[in-house]
Design a protein around this ligand. Sequence first.
Ligand code: ADP
Ligand code: ZN
Length: 680
Amino acid sequence: MLAAEAGTNNSPLLRSGNPNDPIEMLIDDLSSADQSQERTSIRADLAAVAVLVARAIEGVEGLTRELRRNRPVVVLTTHVAEVVSVVAKVLQTCSFGLEAKAVDSGRSSHTSSRSYFLSERDGTASDHKPERGNDGISHALHARIPIVGVAPDPRRHLPRDLLRAAEYHLSLGQLDESAIALVIEAVTGTHPTAGIADQIVRAADISDLVLAIRAGRSANDCVARLEQVVATKGTFDHRGPALEELAGYGAAREWGLNLVADLRDYRAGRLGWDCIEKGLLLVGPPGVGKTQFAKAVAKSANIPLVSTSVADWNAAAFLSGTLAAIKSCFAQARKLAPCIIFIDELDGISDRATLTSEYREYWTQIVNLLLEQLAGVEDRPGVVVIGATNHVDHIDAAIRRAGRLDRTIEIELPDADTLAQIFRYHLGEILIDVDLMPAALAASGKTGADVEAWVRRAKSHARREKSELSLDGLLYEIRSGRESLPKNLRRACAVHEAGHLVVGVALDVFAPQALTVLDHGGATRVELSRANSQTKAGIENFIAALLGGRASEEVLLGQSTAGAGVGEHSDFSRATNAAIDLELRFGFGAIGVAQFSQRATEMLLHDPSIVGLIKQRLDRCHSLARDIIAMNRIAVEAVARRLEETGYLDRTTIGELLKQYPVSAHDDPTALSQKTELAH
Ligand code: ADP
Ligand code: ZN
């Protein structure tokens, strides 16, 4: 009987004195067969596999005897490819006796009574498939010798006839605490008295046992080493940030935090597995932190992460190898459950609908296996799947169907506030009192991965210079050699942004947040006030604020740059669109309360009289802006000068400047109606 199974950790199993104990037989046989080690010691992987094989065999009534005396046909599922050869070795050595001879593929026609047929396929070779090797099976059946097949997934890897003839289906179990203790005892000669933490047991692989459990060590030492070995594995690498520490991620962050809470309830038995959202497809450009997200969720939930990618799977030379890799990933995940499996570059699995028939057959097998594995996640509790892709439209529709990765969340490029927080995260305590918004604004359009790289470079630069990291040093890295604006353009830019600010504030269009002058131009960040945004006057004031940049250049500098007109989101295009809306869509124009469709609007814009109406309104707003600039010239100058110097004004600084130089839309208190009048 399996003495260790009873959980009596201290039972001297190897000396149980029962020669029929299959584990004892296996380990004894192995100890004497393994000549590379001292006589009393065996390799940990062999011992571990021996224990697992023994348990599998022992689980079937009478099979031990059958194997030695009769000619059973046995199939053993290993679930993972790596152990197939070790299992074969163990079987060869133990179950059939050392004199036994493996006959393969029917090459030998002379079969003694001690021969047996072993089909050992780990799925990594091109002929590890059902239609290969069936001749050998008929030969072995005819010769009446025992037949054993070993594979991660027999139905996929072993000869079809072997499966059809199989009388016994065995499955290699997982290492549990008593199995690991047995291995330690087999290798070191003593049984550990220390318990092994559940998390360690679940995460330990046979290859970890080989590293941790050695003949020269004490049993408890082996346990301690095993903990170290497992702790440094990627799956338990919780060194990065937890989800709570990270900025950005929008809806994904919320999804992750919910999952963390749900998993806590699940483990406490308060929530069923079917209530948990356990499949997520993350979509976003490279560098926005999809991989980091999966790690952070795992850390927050304190569960292991199995990290893989379609590229990893495809690294195998043959389809069978790819399929084996997929299976072994999911097998590992199931073993570690509860855990997260992260699959990067999911778009590497092409959409079958777009494939030519030549490749379709190949990919169909891969997609089908993945679907099967994803579906399996449903009934094997504890495995959360997070997939990541840069191109959501390349993903096979079936993968996103209900019960698989049925939730898709897009991670967008971080906005300025998020970038500032990401800078803060990577800088830690460095520049702790410094407002990082200038860096964030200079980094606009870039990703968290860029931020990380800049901070790293700025730090190492400062180290080489033996100086403290400064904001300028950081900005230098962000610019990475890009020229900053020439002096005259920088001045024009500052005047331009100050113009937006002053007109917008004077007309109550917005509350300013920040002004910047960067290498590629300036920016005014504002919070639009909603109060007036729906009225005719409010929208005209908004147009005036948009044109305030250009107006300011004209009034203060006597000339202007083209900056206000460049691009789809330029000041001019936004102003023009607003004017068109007022005229043709919001019912505030000469035509009255009419609303034209987009198409009709486009056609009407070919009519010179309509264009004339729009131009008149823009001109009116433009001159309103010029008037306001002229009236508040001192304030515009002050703001522009400060902006030119520092490149960045935050809300507080802007507030102080405006307190010092109050702005208004009318220079004379008696002309109170001027604002509205001009906006007519
Ligand atoms: P992806 O998988 O989307 O290509 P990664 O997860 O590999 O992106 O991100 C690369 C690096 O960028 C991370 O290791 C991290 O340092 C940094 N990073 C990305 N997004 C963020 C973020 N929101 N906060 C902090 N760091 C981030
Ligand atoms: Zn502008």
